[in-house]
Design a protein around this ligand. Structure first.
Ligand code: DSN
Length: 425
């Protein structure tokens, strides 16, 4: 076959875009080169339905070792008893989890998408809101913090089978103990989707959900800085409460139900090239260097929130405990959409985001979500946050001025040369 230069040129163009821009999408990051390399290997050729040691195809002895390594490493990272590393994405992990523990029509209770939650936590446009009966809690209008009273009241009234915590656009830590308390009272499972904050949790920089949540899911490509993918974890395996038995009449454990819900429940062959990349990333998570990185993420987020606040930007909840912040632009009279599109042209990438109690549609929004995991991977420190916020502020405060956008774009490109990305590639 001839080399497909058309596609490779586009791939190179994307690499240059990533190199020259400031990446502030809170859910993105830059994997290590070895994580990327693992994904472009012969492992992509292999079918391996099943699990290590119990596959439906021959020739799985090598991928068995790789997948087991990924499982063992992530169990060590979070000190937990069970891990499934096959979900192709966070949404797939969440779908499998819900398939394993719910019946169609069961009630679920999650954080409203418009208040910082996630599509797969019961949104009516997602399977989770179509197959199950969703109820929501929100954040408080006066301080932007999770409204635990609302969560408790709704749980007591509706008695959901599942309470979901974890968020996509919430900058504060979560009180898992309080959620578990009401869940026990009403007989619900608790599931934490820690996709955004997993890296901080891994290094003990945020509360851990593991002692309080029956199930924990995550993506592997956000703060965990691995390849795109998902995982399902349990601190402790337990006997499933649904009475399901195996062919020998033994009670199946939750781990069996979860494994079965991933394959064959919602997926076919696992992506062993991605699982190899996960194994590498999980090895990186175990290092002290990764701990230093996560501490810097938290410091950078706090430094950035401070500079935004000094410039009169309204940060929901007044600051951040984690890697991101949600900014309400209504006092600046700019929509999230306009901000995102204009900053994009200055090579500053972030996303528009609804703010709690937003009066604009999700396509327009009143806010932007800003995250620092990717720029911290590039090597930025607290002082650099001032420069980044200054770039953003110059564009937003002069939003229709082409000359400002062009000038900032050039300055961003020069600034980013100090922070090499995949040098030599
Ligand atoms: N797309 C992810 C995010 O940006 O938070 C959620 O799945």
């Amino acid at each position: 076959m001839e080399r497909d230069n058309v596609v490779f040129e586009l791939i190179n163009k994307e690499l240059e875009r990533q190199r020259n821009g400031i990446e502030l999408i809170a859910s993105e990051n830059f994997t290590s080169l070895q994580v990327m390399q693992a994904m472009g290997t012969s492992l992509t050729n292999k079918y391996a339905e099943g699990y290590p040691g119990r596959r439906y195809y021959g020739g799985c002895e090598v991928v068995d070792e790789i997948e087991q390594l990924a499982i063992d490493r992530i169990k060590k990272v979070f000190n937990c008893e069970y891990a499934n590393v096959q979900p192709h994405s966070g949404a797939q992990a969440n779908a499998a989890l819900m398939l394993a523990i719910l019946q169609p029509g069961d009630k679920i209770l999650g954080l409203d998408l418009s208040m910082g939650g996630h599509l797969t936590h019961g949104s009516p446009v997602n399977f989770s809101g179509k197959y199950y009966k969703p109820f929501f809690y929100g954040v408080k209008k006066d301080n932007g913090l999770i409204d635990y009273e609302m969560l408790e009241e709704t749980a007591r009234k509706e008695k959901p089978a599942l309470i979901i915590c974890g968020a996509s656009a919430y900058s504060r830590d979560i009180d898992y103990a309080r959620i578990r308390k009401v869940a026990d009272e009403v007989g619900a499972f608790v599931w934490c989707d820690m996709a955004h904050t997993a890296g901080l949790i891994a290094k003990g920089l945020l509360n851990s959900p593991f002692d309080y949540c029956h199930f924990v899911t995550s993506t592997t490509h956000k703060t965990l800085r691995g390849p795109r993918g998902g995982i399902i974890l349990m601190k402790k395996d337990f006997e499933n409460p649904f009475g399901l038995k195996d062919p020998k009449g033994n009670t199946r454990m939750m781990s069996n139900l979860l494994d079965m819900a991933v394959f064959p429940g919602t997926q076919g062959g696992p992506l062993e090239h991605v699982i190899a990349a996960k194994a590498i990333a999980f090895g990186e998570l175990l290092t002290d260097e990764f701990g230093d990185y996560m501490k810097q993420v938290q410091k950078n987020a706090q430094a950035m929130a401070k500079v935004f606040t000094e410039k009169g930007y309204a940060i929901i909840s007044g600051g951040t405990d984690n890697h991101l912040m949600l900014i309400d632009l209504r006092n600046k009279n700019i929509s999230g959409k306009k901000a995102q599109e204009t900053l994009d042209r200055a090579h500053i990438t972030l996303n528009k985001n609804s703010v709690p109690f937003d009066d604009k549609s999700p396509f327009v929004t009143s806010g932007i979500r800003v995250g620092v995991p990717a720029i911290t991977t590039r090597g930025m420190k607290e002082d650099d946050m001032k420069t980044v916020v200054n770039f953003i502020d110059r564009v937003l405060m002069d939003i229709d001025n082409e000359a400002t956008i062009t000038a900032v774009k050039e300055e961003v490109k020069t600034f980013m040369q100090q922070f090499p990305l995949y040098a030599g590639v």
